[in-house]
Design a protein around this ligand. Sequence first.
Ligand code: T1G
Length: 695
Amino acid sequence: MAEINSVTTLTMDGDVAVITLNSPPVNALSANVRDGLYEGFKQAIASDAKAIVLICEGRTFIAGADITEFGGAQRGASLFDVQNMMENSSKPVIAAIHGTALGGGLEVALCAHYRVAVPSARLGLPEVNLGLLPGAGGTQRLPRIAGVEKALEMMTSGRHAPAKEALEMGLVDEIVPEGQLREGAVAFARKAVAENKPLVKVRENNTKLEAARGHPEIFANFRKANARRFRGFLAPEYNIRCVEAAVNSGAFEEGLAVERKLFGELITGPQSAAQRYYFFAERQAQKIPDVPDDTPARPVKSVGIIGAGTMGGGIAMNFANAGIPVTIVEVKQEALDRGLKVIRGNYDRTAARGGFTPQQVDERMGLINGSLDMNGLADKDLIIEAVFERMDIKKDVFTKLDAICKPGAILATNTSGLNIDEIASVTKRPQDVIGLHFFSPANVMKLLEIVRADHTAKDVIATSMKLAKQIGKIAVLVGVCPGFVGNRMLAQRQREAQKLVLEGAMPWDVDRVLYDFGFPMGPFAMSDLAGLDIGWVKEKSKGETIRDVLCEMDRRGQKTGAGYYDYDENRNAKPSPVTEKIINDFIVKSGRNPRKVSDDEILERCIYPMINEGAKILDEGKAIRSSDIDVVWVNGYGWPVYRGGPMFYGDQLGPDKVLAKMQDFQAKMGDDFKPAPLLEKLVADGKKFADFKRQ
Ligand code: T1G
């Protein structure tokens, strides 16, 4: 065995040279790995081996370029030189794939003459999720091997295709048994030599490109079909242009030149910077400084849920989807029946879209039981309360749970902002109480705000963080304060949105500015969707707010065909002259004159107070780091990931600019814009939100 460098070895398995990478955690193509590959292939090609196998130790094959090296000085061997050496090798090169061959990793594998994989392997080009495109020939080689349509779908979705599908699309040449990758790859290599198999260069296979040549509709239709999903993002369009170049340019090198140019534009642009920041932000959020990774978690083999309403039902589905039996407790049979019927309906709709097989639906429904008896929860490992958002009701439920549940059971509340310390105070086991704040629809929304109360035990936190991953959620640990992180910051935006309308901005102006910024929907369209009469009481309504007036006129949102907007029969919204008159009358009646409000002012007044509130949240220790706040907003509130998150956006703007604008607004409009002390301190210290570390 020859050690090429600290992460690469070259061994001979009979007449087959085996280059092995071992660079944890994911064998990313760092400078060291590229050097190892370059030297490894140079030696293997020069050796008397008849074939070469590339394989990786650890959890996975190469999972891409080393993202931490982006933006840094170019060091080490060039990836292109490694790829050219592999492709032009006079000996068959076989890539042996396990785990995830992603991005640059798949691009390296596509320069091998053949690829073998174990059944659990997954392959993909997810660069688009980093605001990028495959920059090592992937945009030119994937369409040649998998076809144009498949390449467009894989490159713009970033999804990881399972080995079986990869075999069907020609990305993999053979599936070898799980746990026998090395043997299988060496055997394949020997067979290639024995059968004098051709040294296939993917770059030379133009058949599938020629089939697409002269069919620009392929691209036009693809763009049209995905316009909504790609809105605001640059990378998907750039990926499409590279595949177009592959089809329309005669030569591989021409297409490669387009790839390099567009890759260069993206990697130096703000969107990729934001999405790369966000990639690490999501992983950082899993790290709790005072709860070490090896903190033992409590077993959660059974779950109880109090309340079969929209939230309770959605929450139950998450656990059933993860194979964990759930008991939902309700007070009345009809409420229970209604809740279980809604769950069934949700599953049936997903099955109708091909998301589940009927058998999978039955399996999941089989894991969800209903009950009217809370005592049935005595032996459950985790109980989640999802009842009406009133403190007295929550306290009553927790008092009962405290008496019923076994020692060591985790008692969680799904409150979206009530004081969890107060809820825990009615139990003799506050250390077992935690907040698990799911977002509606709970079976769909990825975000889970895990709320740490004063006495919550570390193993309860560790268990909840681990469980979140198990049920496919992205968890962020936050502290107890009104509205926690997400809703607390949202309140700032909602307040300003309402105030802007009372000054003359129309609801559709505010919505347009936030929609163009990248949010999926503005606050007023959102209110119309949810219904303006949530929490509105007809008997008590005195036309004191614009919402009151709208509801009194039976303009309660989409469901009544009118709210802030007017809706056509297809629920398409359009600005309403009725609402405009109501608003202007309202402003005049309050003794003010409507004024023209600029788009910039709308954006700044909706976003800057959120960032300012984020600074308060950090200062109070209700979030561990600024990037956690960004993970909450991207996953729970539709903040466009290509802007990183509110705190990242604040850092891009410059905290000094945010402070100056807040001070300007405060001078004009009062203490709603009072700068957070931490914001002032960071500016004084010339620091960014990302620099903030809790002492
Ligand atoms: N570079 C650097 N670090 C990486 C990394 C990468 N590509 N991928 C993962 N890590 C780190 C991660 O930060 C974490 O670190 C640890 O590995 C485990 O990751 C030229 C331009 C592979 C599916 O986009 O999707 O190739 O927090 O917690 O859940 O065309 O990581 O422990 O310190 O996510 O098991 C394209 C990105 C790059 C794949 C594993 N590749 N990675 O998931 O573990 S661009 C990607 C993933 C590129 C070329 C272009 C996932 C995973 P820490 P993890 P996991």
